[in-house]
Write a protein that binds this ligand. Sequence first.
Ligand SMILES: [Zn+2]
Length: 449
Amino acid sequence: MDLAVRGKVALYFDYQQKLQIVKNPLIVVEDNSIVDIGTFNDKKDLISGHDIVGDENQLLIPGLVNCHTHLTMTLFRGLADDLPLDIWLREHIWPLEEKLQATDVHSGAKLGALESIASGATTVNSMYWFPSEEARAFAESGLRGFIAAPVITGIATLPEAIKDIENHHDTVDGRIRVCLALHSPYTVTIQDFKDSAKYIKDYNENTSKPELLLHTHLAESKTEMQDSRELNRKHNLAFPDVSTPTEFLNEIGILNENLIAAHCIHLTETDIQLFKNTRARISLNPLSNAKLGNHMPPVLGIIDQVENVGIGTDGPASNNTLDLFDTVRFLALYYKGFYHDPTLVTAEQVFRLATIGGEKAVNWKGIGSLEPNTLADIVTINLKKPHLTPNDPDDAILNHFAYSMKGSDVENVIIDGKLIFENRNFIDQNVDEAITKVEKIAQRLLSKD
Ligand SMILES: [Zn+2]
């Protein structure tokens, strides 16, 4: 059934990067696309036969884009916190992951997908193992996004990853895409990086499908260069004469438009220029960076200079939620405090990063705006709440988005033209069952036998 979405106000960036505000809006959705947007009075004749979603209390925004996470890690949420990254990974997360079965990944990712949708994310870029299981979770939940075809030297090979790409890229009505996921410069050798980049270049030059991206963690820890040198030395591979992880990726031919790099904490001014010049893509994940004590990325330089930049939650074991509103608020607040300057990282900038910035960061045309002829990924937010009042002035609504909205304010979610979440309830999903499955898996993973 085609949809007509009503609200008090609609807020979005158009493709000239201009903020648009439509009062008393009506969005007309047909099939999986937005075909029109305007005021209710101007457009109401277009909607006979359409199901009405929303009411006069709703803010209408594009679905949020979570540019970097690990959906399945809902399984490990809250099991090991307040620890350094290295100890957290090596002593807690990796031993639990060794006990994982394929179906566990489906259950973890499914709960993560439902949590994402219920808090307003409609596109999610997830990096994990067992791509078929994550794909099943995306397909069943209605979420749009990327699963990973993983490559880790000595553990997961490029030929295996290519099979995952062939099986899942641009499937389920185009709702699922695959990133070639090379975990990091300290777990993947130069040779594997180069072979993967060559595969992606050839693929993108010869396909009619959406272009493939290479997804990696970059410049997340202080010891990354040293660890990367050590890994490549063990494999008898010459390491280039570079001083930062970004220079390293540039030197081996990875830093280009096919790359989405998560974190980018330890970036120099020169590194930021390299991102700018190569148009490589960035997912900022400031809440995870803060929680793991990994320092904070140079966000001011990045959002000022780098065009293709969005935000992500990172996995729910290092954040600990998939609610992007948490990340939005933290990002808008942190740098003001750190630099003693309340004008830094504005409400408009974080709204851009969470919507059309995300579209650019993951290179998926049409997911981050409400313009006609874009994909119908629409979120409505109930403004009739104490913490979102008053909301008549335009500025107030944008400020509420940055400083007082929460994922739990999301009222309706439409993905690819389908109403998935209505009046805060899933239409076709059993959330209790998804929670119970994850509880049981966590109990098994933590048991001593
Ligand atoms: Zn991550």
